[in-house]
Write a protein that binds this ligand. Structure first.
Ligand SMILES: Nc1ncnc2c1ncn2[C@@H]1O[C@H](COP(=O)(O)OP(=O)(O)O)[C@@H](O)[C@H]1O
Ligand SMILES: [Mg+2]
Length: 183
């Protein structure tokens, strides 16, 4: 994929399909470590060991509409193409952690892309899921926790256009601050 934010969206859909009520998305960019890391953790249905061991195979999916599941194999491939690493851990009834790392300065490393749109579209379409999005660089970090937003907003849904707009800007401004205008 051309942007890592699209991989993040894709992997997060797996968590949504797994009926997670809590999804934690963590992105780390470090020039010092020459590393970009993506971690998506959910408390969804999980996978058993036999299925998990086959899930990086491009022909494995539980979907019936299209026979080929590609989200995970694609992410694994693009991470490993940059000299990075891929890992998926899961337990039935507990949840799943999907992790990918990329060498930051590798020519084939896709840019992070538009995290603001990614996170706001996830929140818009999934009002009942708690999302915790963390983003960290060498210069700092920030967190967006939809439970905290619900606490502050009371009955106003996060999918209200003015709220989504505010969330989008909050992400853009915080990213500018910790990325120092690059990546
Ligand atoms: N977080 C998750 N929780 C439970 N099952 C998952 C999770 N991620 C992936 N899976 C299982 O692995 C399969 C393959 O995932 P993926 O490679 O993204 O392809 P697709 O989503 O197109 O089927 C999914 O169909 C699903 O059965
Ligand atoms: Mg998928």
């Amino acid at each position: 994929m051309k942007e890592l934010s699209l991989n993040i969206l894709d992997i997060t859909y797996n968590s949504i399909k797994a009926e997670a009520s809590l999804i934690q998305i963590t992105v780390t960019e470090s020039m010092k470590k020459n590393l970009v890391e993506i971690r998506i953790q959910d408390n969804g249905c999980g996978m058993d060991e036999a299925f998990l061991s086959r899930v990086t195979d491009p022909f494995v999916t539980t979907r019936t509409t299209r026979k080929v599941g590609l989200g995970i194999p694609l992410l694994k491939q693009s991470a490993e193409d940059t000299g990075g690493r891929f890992e998926i851990r899961s337990k039935v009834g507990e949840g799943t952690v999907t992790y990918a790392s990329f060498r930051l300065d590798h020519l084939d490393r896709a840019p992070i892309g538009d995290m603001s749109s990614t996170i706001t579209s996830l929140i818009q379409a999934n009002d009942r899921i708690r999302f915790i999005y963390r983003h960290e660089t060498d210069h700092g970090s920030f967190v967006l926790d939809t439970d905290e937003l619900h606490e502050q907003l009371g009955d106003i849904p996060l999918s209200a256009p003015e709220v989504l707009g505010w969330i989008g800007e909050y992400i853009v401004e915080n990213l500018e601050e910790i990325q120092g205008g690059k990546v």
